[in-house]
Design a protein around this ligand. Sequence first.
Ligand code: PRT
Ligand code: ZN
Length: 301
Amino acid sequence: MNPKPAPMRRDRLRIAIQKNGRLSEPARALLSACGLVWRERPDKLFCYGENVPVDLLLVRDDDIPGLIHSGLCDLGIVGRNVLAEHAGQMGQAANFSEWRALAFGGCKLSLAIPNDWTWQGVAQLSGMRIATSYPALTRAWLQQQSVDAEVVVLSGSVEIAPRLGQADLICDLVSSGATLAANQLKPVCDVLQSEAVLAGPVAELDPDLNEIAQVLLQRLDGVLRIRDSKLLIFQTTREAAADVLKLLPNSEPPTSYSVDGGELLAMQALCHGLVSWQQLEALKRAGARGLMVLPVERMLA
Ligand code: PRT
Ligand code: ZN
């Protein structure tokens, strides 16, 4: 990657997202949930933000770390696998880092061996050839494991390398595992647990851009926090409250206030994940009444 050129001063935040691919739709949906609206251009490489000074650049995912590094973009949404690989290749010089994990695009970078091998542990890899598109991550992992193996760098179709005789095993992304299985391979070791992340510079953004970024981050944190969350509201007595609270399904600390200053308490709790009928019935048995599960539209902490 080239040395960092001095970027032009801007007063609008620029976010790079994947143009076409697994992360493009969920990334747009996430930014829309943060209240961003864009004007689409026919070339669809640049989308002007209509309601807030935040523009989108639509690019290949592999370009995102470099765009942040060079200051041409301020933030980006990219797989941790791509970000970490570029960071590994650039070392200390890399001016990008993970700002938030976004809980979509989940996959693993895993070592996979031919089905007919018996896995005996990492020492078995000594002297082997490993095909991968993630050489920096693979080498760093091998070094960490004190294993001396050869890394064969391929830009695609990694899964077929063992059958073609290019390598003995592979290190590649896996989600369902169907592609490995179709190529008579099996995963044996995880090198990296990945998901989509919001990336930003290590160095501070310009104050004007930072102000816009902080507003966006606050909204993003709200969106991430309430994703798949429900608000549970109910009433209970002071006497039953302790038993009821023990049963709250995966909730944040509830807010409670007394009704008419008396024995009765009204409570509300933000619950993450599904709130099932069984959980509501258990709460009722413990003394909760008037249970309601409500969707959460927005949150600003
Ligand atoms: O064109 P551009 O360069 O932008 O896109 P790309 O082709 O490099 O990336 P894309 O869209 O395929 O993936 C973008 C990101 O999605 C990756 O960098 C990962 O962070 C994430 N992701 C999540 C995955 C997968 N799951 C995944 N399964 N990326 C790739 N795969 C591959 C996997 O290696 C296998 O070949 O998809 C295939 C199917 O996987 P299985 O295990 O479900 O069979
Ligand atoms: Zn790519």
